[in-house]
Design a protein around this ligand. Sequence first.
Ligand code: NAD
Ligand code: DAU
Length: 341
Amino acid sequence: MKIMVTGGAGFIGSNFIRHMLTSYPEHSILNLDNLTYAGNLENLKGIESLSHYTFIKGDIADARLLESIEFDAIINFAAESHVDRSILNAYPFLQTNVIGTQCLLEAAKKRKCRILHVSTDEVYGSIEEGLFIETSTVLPNSPYAASKASADLLARAYHETYGLDVSVTRCSNNYGPYQFPEKLIPLVILNAIEGKQIPVYGDGKNVRDWIHVSDHCKAIDLIFHKGKAGTVYNVGARNEVQNIDIIKKILMIMDEKKRHEKRSFTDLIAYVQDRPGHDRRYAIDPTKVETELGWRPEIDFDKGISSTVEWYMENREWWKSILSGEYMDYYKQQYDGRFRE
Ligand code: NAD
Ligand code: DAU
């Protein structure tokens, strides 16, 4: 089977491609990614030369390009994914997350092939108490979340109208290696290493439900192979943490590793203006994927966060070239002209 993974140069997509190439040497993986600021082929270093892996630089909203590519199934990670950027400019979010997803649904419809659309718990909005289930009302609060919810509704419509074999996954906050440094966890680690302030939005008591990226990837693999068409699956590790607690946890791990230094990294914490429309709490119920498909998260949060801190401490080259902007220049020279655009 030739599986087209879109957005495979980003954080979760690159972790997923590594997982698939190791788990299914019989499948070939085609990575379609237009390398926005969040796409980095360094995330896939070491696998470029594998015979069952191909990279195509291209946009998911390019319907003609999609027509020219051969594939048997699609897994869609491609997105504008950062809430803060969507507050500054929603347009690219609508273009990629809505129009781009619609182009992929159309391409899957033409080939009568399976498509898994990777979505987010943010589509449900914020919840004071209890947990969102798959049939909860979709009430997105940020332009990012609204664009993802729109794509989810299009996926549903393509199933209802055309019988498309489509499943949607709604996962909670991921952490792990290769996450772009504008997101909370890598930002905290890298700012601490560089002695910069750690901005905490509002009172720091907003709650996120954290899952290691490798557990998310295994859930997607399972849902792609065994999930029901026209169905939504929540994916989460039942691991709610307040932002300030996760920040302190990371800084304590870092303090432990640098015991000789008198100053604690926690001195770098700075409370700043809140994110507009900042969702107070995300919490989803993953019972459906657990009971129907037998998925369970495997990575304990304390171990996962500690190994994630270590990964960023050991992979300075990777993040330094992102912070300096070099990664963009390097890949521009390397890949423009060598791949279809
Ligand atoms: P990311 O921002 O790290 O990566 C996105 C990737 O998509 C990049 O490689 C980028 O170049 C590519 N891309 C963007 N626009 C494109 C386009 N028009 N055509 C082709 N490629 C394009 O994102 P991520 O954190 O890896 O998230 C992946 C998916 O998972 C997204 O759909 C996101 O909504 C969803 N999700 C993320 C999380 C999380 O915590 N990070 C949680 C739940 C769901
Ligand atoms: O819930 C899933 C979503 O998780 C995904 O759909 C998104 O793609 C992903 O980016 C993530 O969204 P969040 O907005 O929750 O992630 P972020 O890392 O931006 O922020 C996590 C929390 O930390 C949030 O409550 C805002 C807060 N925060 C974030 C940053 C960047 C801070 O307090 N300070 C910061 O500097």
